[in-house]
Design a protein around this ligand. Structure first.
Ligand code: GLA
Length: 401
């Protein structure tokens, strides 16, 4: 566990030598932004549908200090090899930027584009305990955190929802992933002990109490490195656009999730290509599952909720084709344990984590079964996180507690 004073020492070591009088130690501030786990509703966000994520206590922290000039320096303790990236607030976006620093830098560039001018630059040191690239929104966590730091240090009046939209724009246009709004929204707007039922089409949300009597949510990281996830993600998005264009020949809709499953089935033959038809079927059915799942959650029906988690996984595997053998294995192993209500891959797909709803007394057996079965069949060791929820991006005390 890295304490605020550990971070401060690292800050001095990394930035100190060059900054001398530019940074006043007493102006340093500490911030946190969570990651998120999506309970159900995958690839529905950019199709105008619903999602049900919650913000995690795992996330990213940033120790930040204003500078006297218009330069920014950013560094991550998770990636010491990347060193310190330095740039001016006035510099044009560098399309060649490929390293980690493009995540924070992209946000500054989008702020400038929207006329959200900062009078001065800043130095920011990041440290995260979220596994990167595991479907828990480590990138959205960094992006929203950067926006939050810039807002606070720059004295800008920006709502949390606008912050989420700016961070999404940074990811879409600078990082190059055509993601929807779910991750950034959850990171900015999360509430402890609540899931967020978000209608991504209308950008309307409400919080659902995450009361799981006698049960726990467990995140299992497959630790399988996934390659090309971003390009495969973008290709799914294009396939959804093709499905929409085909359906619009007979339906007056702007997004796939404007129709229910029955309407979709009546019009499905409009989509000639069987693969594209299956993509749309996943999206439409998944959207319906989210609404049903939220109702089950609110009624404390964990059996009902878990059943929809399994159905969601099957739909991602068979219709949307974003699962992989490792994810299917983790879900199959979970389903073999008595006391598991449901399990599914979470996040954008092609690897990453599953989320499972498990009776408290079955947690040990769940871990042992997945550990043994997954390791022996894949050679990878899984990691487990008992899910703790958090509020959205926030400032933390800079002194050790
Ligand atoms: C990623 C994206 C989100 C969402 C999910 C899939 O996490 O960033 O916008 O599309 O994948 O549900």
């Amino acid at each position: 566990m890295m304490t605020p004073s550990d971070l401060a020492r690292c800050f001095d070591r990394i930035f100190g030598a060059e900054i001398d009088t530019k940074i006043q130690t007493d102006k340093r501030r500490l911030f946190f932004a969570p990651g998120r786990v999506n309970l159900i509703g995958e690839h529905t966000d950019y199709n105008g549908g619903h999602v049900l994520p919650c913000a995690l206590s795992l996330g990213t922290r940033a120790l930040a200090a204003p500078r006297a000039d218009r330069r920014c320096r950013v560094a991550s303790l998770n990636l010491p090899g990347e060193g310190v990236a330095e740039f001016s607030l006035d510099a044009a976006w560098d399309v060649a930027e490929t390293g980690w620093s493009r995540y924070p830098r992209s946000v500054f560039s989008i702020f400038e584009r929207h006329g959200l001018s900062l009078a001065r630059g800043m130095d920011i040191l990041y440290y995260g305990d979220l596994p990167a690239g595991a479907g828990l929104s480590s990138s959205a966590s960094i992006e929203v955190l950067t926006g939050y730091v810039a807002r606070e240090l720059g004295g800008l009046e920006i709502s949390r929802v606008y912050l989420a939209l700016l961070a999404q724009e940074a990811e879409n246009e600078r990082v190059g992933v055509q993601c929807g709004i779910m991750d950034q929204f959850a990171v900015a707007m999360g509430k402890r002990d609540r899931a967020i039922l978000l209608d991504c089409g209308a950008l309307k949300h409400r919080y659902c109490a995450l009361s799981l009597p006698g049960a726990r949510l467990i995140i299992t990281n497959s630790n399988k490195p996934h390659s090309l996830a971003a390009s495969k993600y973008n290709s799914r998005r294009r396939e959804c656009e093709q499905a929409l264009a085909a359906l619009r020949r007979s339906l007056n809709i702007r997004a796939l999730c404007e129709i229910d499953a029955a309407t979709f089935e009546r019009h499905a033959r409009r989509i000639d290509d069987g693969v594209i038809r299956r993509r749309a079927r996943h999206v439409v059915s998944e959207n319906q599952r989210v609404l049903e799942a939220a109702a089950f959650l609110e009624n404390g029906d964990l059996e009902g909720f878990g059943g929809l988690m399994y159905a969601s996984h099957a739909s991602m595997r068979d219709d949307f084709a974003i699962s992989c053998p490792e994810m299917d294995l983790l879900v199959a192993l979970a389903s073999s344990v008595p006391g598991v209500y449901g399990s599914r891959m979470t996040g954008g797909g092609f690897g990453g984590c599953t989320v499972s709803l498990v009776r408290e007394e079955a947690v040990d057996e769940f871990r042992e079964t997945l550990e043994r079965g997954y390791r022996s069949q894949t050679g990878y060791a899984p990691s487990f996180y008992l899910c703790e929820t958090s509020d959205g991006a926030m400032e933390l005390p800079v002194r050790d507690s």
